[in-house]
Design a protein around this ligand. Structure first.
Ligand code: PMV
Length: 405
């Protein structure tokens, strides 16, 4: 009788993107990826944005190979990736990864890669989650610590909802923990405004190293500003205080881009369209809040990562008004008829009529066609296993463990 043990062991998972509201920028240990300060992020729903990864281990494979978004990549050139795989090996008992067995890894993102949209966070979270699942390691804290070695912010993608990365002092203590599950603030919504889906110019690794070396403001930020903000943000999230949440989110995005500007030579991730979004958000917030009263609580908060795309956090009731303002400011112009921004993901009524003040705010920043599209999403859970079967509908691999065509 032939041995029925599967010759190829496999799992397919998906992992979410996270968008920081208190930013990580700067390491105290480059090799271990220990950050200078704690950070806090929201995990986005995988229905709209995620990395899906299939891994397979087999004696049939003669070397480790990886395909990213349809193209084979040279794994030997990626020291961090190799390090992550070695770390997993150290967690296994002898023989669990039989000698002569190699990995195939196939990963795809359902959103633009490396445009400052946290693709590496989702990618490393998916890869480390998948590898750990392959060997029955299910402890989110351990997987978070491992994912950190691939891309710092990836450690936050192991949990849903709002997540804090505690800077820690060494490899074991620098890890993420959940502050609030995705169901804990059900009205929270996110609009990702895609200004550009091109690859960013300065990688976050190179950028933050230069900032730490050259920016006097960076040391002040890490020591004197962020600790207080992390406490205030955790309290705002715990009490679902959107106004405090929004103000802290915007202030911290601004300071992150200020330390970029304070880097020598300076780093610039936001462009003119990004700045017009900042202007529009402050105008909207200055004149009205979600319940319609004047000059009250913030309606919407922006945050920008290492790229020009804006990420807006807002409550569900504010979405139609904000989308209407975005349409008035950025929808492409047509000779005839109405045009609308392309909104992918959760759909809303976009036809609300703006009051005169709101319409004036949109008119003040108007740039028809400046936004490529909007991804409309919400908070979501941490990584999930999709299948443990090779070659089924969900796996990214055919029955032989190679990428499906
Ligand atoms: O994890 P990295 O190296 O991709 O750095 C991410 C840095 C920011 O996205 C700009 C901020 C953050 O906290 O996610």
């Amino acid at each position: 009788m032939a041995n029925k043990t599967p010759a190829i062991r496999t799992v397919t998972v998906r992992a979410p993107v996270n968008i920081a509201v208190i930013k990580y920028w700067g390491k105290s240990d480059e090799k271990l990826i220990i950050p200078l300060n704690d950070s806090i992020s929201g995990t986005l729903d995988m229905e709209q944005m995620c990395a899906t990864t299939s891994v397979a281990l087999s004696a049939q494979f003669t070397s480790n190979r990886m395909w990213l978004n349809g193209e084979e990549v040279d794994m030997t050139a990626n020291a961090r990736l190799l390090r992550c795989i070695e770390e997993v090996k150290t967690m296994l008992s002898p023989g669990e990864w039989p000698s002569g067995h190699h990995l195939n890894i196939v990963s795809v993102n359902n959103f633009p890669t490396a445009a400052g949209l946290a693709s590496s966070a989702a990618g490393y979270a998916a890869l480390m989650y998948a590898l750990c699942q392959l060997f029955g390691i299910d402890d989110a804290a351990r997987i978070s610590t491992l994912a950190r070695l691939g891309s710092g912010s990836a450690c936050r993608s192991l949990y849903g909802g709002f997540v804090q990365w505690v800077a820690g002092a060494d490899h074991a203590t620098s890890t993420a923990r959940q502050l609030l599950g995705e169901a804990g603030w059900p009205s929270m919504r996110v609009l990702v405004l895609v200004v550009s889906d091109h690859r960013k110019d300065t990688s976050s690794t190179a950028g933050m190293a230069l900032t730490v070396q050259t920016s006097p403001l960076m040391a002040h930020r890490a020591a004197a500003v962020v600790p207080g903000r992390v406490r205030e943000m955790a309290a705002a999230i715990a009490s679902r205080d959107f106004d405090a949440f929004a103000r802290l989110t915007m202030a911290d995005s601004n300071q992150f881009h200020a330390v970029c500007a304070d880097t020598y030579p300076p780093i610039r991730y936001m462009n003119d369209v990004s700045w017009s979004v900042v202007s529009l958000v402050h105008r909207l917030n200055s004149s009205s809040n979600s319940s319609g009263s004047k000059g009250g609580a913030a309606l919407v908060a922006y945050t920008f990562d290492a790229g020009p795309n804006a990420c807006l956090y807002l409550l569900e009731e504010a979405v139609p008004t904000v989308l209407a303002a975005l349409n008035a400011a950025y929808a492409p112009k047509k000779e005839k008829g109405e045009t609308q921004l392309e909104v992918k993901g959760i759909q809303y009524q976009q036809k609300v009529k703006l009051n005169k003040e709101m319409a004036d705010h949109a008119a003040a920043v108007v740039r028809p066609g400046a936004l490529k599209y909007v991804i409309s999403t919400k908070l979501g859970p941490g990584p999930q296993v999709l299948t443990r079967t090779l070659g089924d509908e969900v796996s990214l691999m055919a029955a032989n463990g190679l990428p499906k065509l």
